[in-house]
Ligand binder design. Structure first.
Ligand code: GDP
Ligand code: MG
Length: 370
């Protein structure tokens, strides 16, 4: 059977051989030396052990306890919304219509940048909604991995002339497994002969009960093309956000998500971050996935420099050492050395997970041979 010397395992886990030997001894291994051979089963167990410990270490930094009591009196923040649905059912067209209403409503009035998120203000900015201009499944991938919600509300887009399709069903599964609040947008309502009622009936078969049938899911007919129903959709989102009490204090510990990233010419690594909690400020030290950075500048959707980003809003962040990825969790650390320490922990955890997977696939092969 395959074996691994302690020295190789320590390399793989990115811990010192000394530390690994000490831990092995503590776990009950006798006469441990750098050349001591470990079976793959043991290697993977140990890897898991490291992964687990490192994981708890870094989550104590990554996900601070939400102060529940302060959360209750915290101000409402803009809900973060993502669109999901079958291909060609009108997500992009509807987002463009929503974006137009954002341009029309903002004082700036110019062309907004496509930066992965945009905010539509209402009532002179006293309320707003932030839409993620990213494939909805991306947000869900990240949610599944981290067990957290990038989006507060999902708009499930169903074309009125096509009805529930395979990717609609796929989206419903995601929504239900994440327990995400949902609003149904029946699109292309400018087309003749649509039967929204049929769509509503189809959705019932998948456990989505429309309000007008005694359920609690709002259904709105819209047209991305003519813009009809867009106001109603926005109103439905704001109503649901109020019911859900989407709140966050700007004073909470920072938490956010990368929704898009790129290397911009002459500017460097740029990541669009949606802030879910706390305040993002210039000069902050951030961790995102496997990268860290000191926020050099913050740019809003109009490419205008801003000093701070409050919960429920998104901005482009400059100052990364390496380019973070869409779906990366963002949190704040004290300073550069803390950032490096946390990243070393994360690297170790990734190393441990890699080895664990290796060991698992190896064991599977062994089983098959038997
Ligand atoms: P996506 O794949 O869900 O992003 O769908 P798109 O927004 O790209 O739309 C797919 C096609 O449907 C395009 O040809 C759009 O012009 C058309 N479409 C989208 N929304 C509407 C709508 O509200 N009314 C009509 N008549 N056509 C639409
Ligand atoms: Mg599209």
């Amino acid at each position: 059977p395959p074996v691994l010397p302690v020295s190789s395992l320590s390399n793989h886990l990115q811990v010192s051989t000394q530390r690994l030997m000490r831990d092995l001894t503590r776990l009950g291994f006798k006469n441990v030396s750098p050349s001591y051979l470990l079976t793959f089963e043991y290697s993977s167990l140990i890897a898991e052990e490291y992964g687990y410990r490192v994981h708890t270490d870094s989550t104590s930094v990554a996900s601070p306890q939400k102060p529940k009591s302060s959360q209750a009196n915290a101000p409402l923040r803009p809900p973060v919304v993502t669109l999901m649905g079958h291909v060609d059912h009108g997500k992009t067209t509807l987002l463009d219509a929503l974006r137009k209403s954002s341009v029309a409503a903002s004082e700036h009035g110019g062309i907004t940048q496509k930066i992965g998120a945009f905010t539509v203000p209402f009532d002179k900015g006293s309320k707003s909604i932030t839409f993620l201009d990213t494939p909805g499944h991306m947000a869900f991938e990240a949610m599944r991995k981290r067990g957290a919600n990038i989006a507060d509300i999902v708009v499930l887009v169903v074309a009125g002339d096509d009805g529930v399709k395979p990717q609609t069903v796929e989206a419903i599964k995601h929504i239900q497994s994440a327990d995400a609040p949902v609003i149904i947008a029946i699109t292309k309502c400018d087309r003749p002969g649509l039967q929204p009622r049929k769509v509503i009936e189809q959705l019932m078969n998948y456990g989505i009960q429309a309000e007008e049938f005694g359920g609690d899911t709002q259904v709105v007919s819209v047209s991305g093309k003519t813009g009809s129903g867009v106001d109603e959709l926005e109103a439905a989102i704001l109503t649901l956000a109020e019911i859900l009490e989407v709140r966050s204090s700007p004073k909470d510990q920072l938490e956010g998500w990368v929704v898009e990233s790129c290397v911009a010419k002459g500017v460097g690594s740029l990541a669009t971050i949606v802030v879910k909690q706390g305040t993002l400020s210039s000069g902050n030290f951030l961790i995102a996935g496997n990268s860290w950075g000191k926020v050099r500048s913050l740019l809003d959707v109009n490419n205008k420099r801003v000093k701070q980003v409050i919960p429920g809003q998104a901005a482009q962040v400059l100052g990364w050492k390496e380019l973070p990825k869409a779906g990366d969790h963002v949190f704040q650390v004290k300073n550069e050395s803390a950032a490096k320490e946390v990243l070393a922990d994360i690297a170790r955890r990734n190393g441990a997970q890699e080895l664990y997977q290796l060991a698992e696939s190896h064991n599977k092969q062994l089983e098959e041979q038997r």
